[in-house]
Design a protein around this ligand. Structure first.
Ligand code: DON
Length: 315
């Protein structure tokens, strides 16, 4: 084998390993339900399943439905959190939102003794984080968030307008969470819609597992995108974001996740999950059926298997 052939052969082997791991997971898991509390999500293909791994050197490996688009949903939260921290400083952000795992479902009514949502990844905390992004109005706030998430992905991301409409017309609980944060003095704006409208739109951005893997790899690479080489966020921000992902990324399953998989991660009700091996690579997985906590059943199983097979557990 010549030295030039080595990366390709190793790459082929990794593609194959990902495909084999997926096939094993698909054989043994069919449980879970596609999210339907946002009506437009109910139409997702329950059999869709894809994975991409992106290294900090910019190499990508994948299998299955790795170029199928789906909405990012809560996987947007760590990236918006990183953007807000980079813009304002983590100290300012954390006057408004805590860093404690809530041990509660993603849509819980959760404020600590200082009126702050427990962490930036439950809905209450994510809406507050979005509201902090400096902008004169809701439209500009979302434009800045879309731009930031696009830089994390290394390509321009677009909104799925049907999902956004569906989410905006049914998102009464999220408006109520924003209202409670406003009453507690922790929302970044005095207009609930100026927080929830950009939040609904950020959740409706379309991504593939390749996008998620590169977004995660940017965090793994201390804030620099592996392909565009752009510094998207500062090194300290990347570290802070991974710390919160390690403790709060999987809602009320964050403890079990840390125990079994041992990687910073974040899930979304569209069926996506990102996981990060700091300094090494990011992984994006997509499979729509969810467990009761709102995490992709096959996505969790896939990452458990990959962690075990490759010894990825960080602790
Ligand atoms: O706030 C919501 O309901 C959704 N747009 C996002 C929630 C979500 O993805 C929770 N994750 N598992």
């Amino acid at each position: 084998m010549s030295p030039e052939d080595r990366p390709r052969l190793l790459g082929d082997a990794l593609d194959r390993t990902l495909a084999e791991t997926m096939a094993g997971v698909a054989r043994r898991t069919s449980a879970g339900r596609v999210a339907d509390y946002i009506p437009e999500l109910a139409g997702a293909d329950p059999d869709a399943f894809g994975v991409t791994l992106a290294s900090v050197l910019g190499r990508t490996y994948g299998a299955g439905d790795a170029s199928t688009e789906f909405t990012i949903q809560s996987v947007s939260k760590p990236f918006v959190y990183a953007f807000a921290c980079d813009e304002l400083g983590a100290d300012v952000v954390h006057r408004h939102v805590g860093v404690e795992p809530s041990g509660e479902p993603f849509n819980a009514i959760s404020l600590d003794g200082r009126g702050r949502p427990e962490n930036p990844f439950i809905n209450a905390g994510a809406i507050v984080t979005t509201s902090l992004v400096p902008a004169p109005d809701a439209g500009e706030r979302f434009a800045r968030i879309r731009d930031a998430l696009s830089r994390f992905a290394g390509r321009e991301l677009d909104v799925d307008e049907d999902v956004h409409r569906s989410e905006a017309t049914t998102g009464h609980r999220n408006r109520a969470l924003a209202g409670l944060a406003l009453a507690a003095g922790t929302l970044g704006t005095d207009d609930v819609d100026a927080a929830t409208d950009p939040y609904f739109r950020q959740c409706s951005l379309r991504v593939t597992t390749r996008d998620l893997a590169l977004m995660a790899a940017t965090l793994a690479n201390h804030g620099v995108h592996p392909l565009t080489r752009e510094r998207v966020v500062g090194e300290r921000t990347a570290r802070d974001t991974l710390s919160v992902m390690a403790t709060c990324g999987m809602y009320d399953r964050s403890g079990a996740w840390a125990f079994r998989v041992g990687l910073p991660a974040k899930s979304g009700v569209g069926g996506g999950i990102v996981a990060v091996r700091p300094g090494d690579f990011g992984i994006g997985v997509f499979a729509p059926p969810l467990d009761e906590a709102g995490n992709s059943v096959r996505g969790v199983a896939m990452l458990e298997d990959l962690s075990a097979t490759f010894g990825l557990h960080m602790f």
